[in-house]
Design a protein around this ligand. Structure first.
Ligand SMILES: NC(=O)c1ccc[n+]([C@@H]2O[C@H](COP(=O)([O-])OP(=O)(O)OC[C@H]3O[C@@H](n4cnc5c(N)ncnc54)[C@H](OP(=O)(O)O)[C@@H]3O)[C@@H](O)[C@H]2O)c1
Length: 347
């Protein structure tokens, strides 16, 4: 059974600006529930003991509640679990990164065989054709796979026409009728990035892409979209790991119902004695601890590997749980230190 059955959102019934949230887990004997109830006091009105529902004071709190709910139910997460995006689409909780994949096709076929269902591609990775071939050769029905691509601003440029054309080119390369998620890869063109975003919204209306998102967007870039009156992206894909926790962007995304896809989640193979200590305690590898940390924070990590044993081991993160103390010791590792390009602060 996937997590989606346990998430509040699919079961929530919307009433104007509020949401009825069945809190089945209140029956749980978990002591953390007490803290949660205290927290809910501020966000929700308790409706009735009998039908165990709260009424959210504002829909934007849903994402927060979902994260809390997730953290309470982490041990029940599986590789098949999904998170419901703000547009209602379902995103698998663990993705497979396709950057720098010399043997992309084989690695993706292997990942799909193991059970990954989310492939993170991009025009800039120049392997969209291989991603598409892998999907077809895997024999897994298209509708069971979540395929992401990104517009390559650096060598194509932002702008309405370019992005519109770019989406069509991506579809052709992947050999697909639609992509599940299309992102603006970066905010690097101040003049044209809003146009680029509008082009993605129109591609969504045309049925070419299911969901619209952004990548490497800081708070000011997200605010720009809001001020323009466009719907906010459902996803912001940013570099995020213990050495670069992006607190301000993460907080903004949480209250605005934007799911964070965490790139470089295993810090490109780096570790730290504190991460190693947590790994030893749980008899896990540092990379598994890092992926689990990301999941327990409510992010959607996108580890990449071209090595068979690691493609598999990076999925063995659903049979253990980091304690609050483990998480706190890893949280202390913040160094505001990217290992990739992280252009979230550009103008
Ligand atoms: N939106 C953006 O701007 C952006 C930027 C960067 C990345 N991304 C996305 O995020 C994905 C992941 O990022 P990334 O590839 O840069 O970083 P990453 O996933 O943190 O690290 C990948 C590196 O770690 C190694 N590795 C994999 N599993 C390991 C394990 N269990 N133990 C130790 N090392 C391990 C890999 O080597 P092997 O392959 O040899 O196993 C590879 O060198 C990308 O593929 C891409 O989809 C997006």
């Amino acid at each position: 059974m996937g997590l989606e059955l346990m998430l509040p959102q699919p079961r929530a019934s919307f009433r104007l600006d509020s949401v009825q949230l069945p809190l089945m887990f209140l029956l749980s004997s978990d002591t953390r529930v007490l803290g949660l109830i205290k927290f809910f006091d501020g966000l929700c009105e308790y409706k009735s003991q009998r039908d165990r529902t709260f009424v959210c004071k504002h829909t934007s709190h849903l994402n927060l509640l979902t994260s809390l709910y997730l953290s309470l139910n982490m041990s029940r997460l599986t590789l098949q679990s999904t998170i419901t995006l703000s547009d209602g689409k379902k995103l698998p909780v663990l993705g497979f990164g396709a950057l720098n994949q010399a043997e992309t096709k084989d690695a993706i076929i292997e990942a799909l065989k193991i059970g990954y269902r989310q492939i993170d591609g991009a025009q800039m990775y120049e392997n969209e054709d291989k991603c598409g071939e892998a999907i077809r050769e895997s024999g897994i029905p298209r509708e069971n796979i979540f395929a992401t691509s990104k517009i390559a601003s650096s060598h194509r440029g932002h702008g309405y026409e370019n992005v519109t054309k770019g989406v069509d080119e991506s579809l052709e390369k992947w050999g697909l009728k639609y992509l599940d998620l299309f992102l603006i890869h970066d905010p690097l063109n101040k003049e044209k990035r809003l146009e680029s975003y509008k082009a993605l919204l129109d591609a969504q209306t045309a049925g070419k892409i299911k969901s619209v998102g952004v990548s490497n967007y800081g708070v000011k870039h997200l605010e720009e979209i809001k001020k323009a009156g466009y719907p906010l992206p459902v996803v912001n894909q940013i570099e995020l790991h213990p050495f670069l926790q992006q607190h301000e962007i993460a907080a903004y995304c949480k209250v605005n119902n934007i799911i964070i896809q965490a790139y470089c989640p295993i810090i490109r193979g780096a570790s730290h004695p504190k991460i190693d200590a947590v790994a030893t305690k749980h008899k896990k590898e540092p990379a598994q601890v890092l992926i689990r940390w990301s999941l327990q924070k409510g992010y959607v990590p996108l580890p990449k590997s071209g090595t068979s044993s690691r493609i598999l081991s990076n999925t063995n993160v659903f049979d253990f749980e980091l304690s609050d103390e483990d998480i706190a010791s890893i949280d202390e590792l913040e160094q505001n230190k990217p290992c990739s390009w992280n252009p979230v602060n550009v103008d």
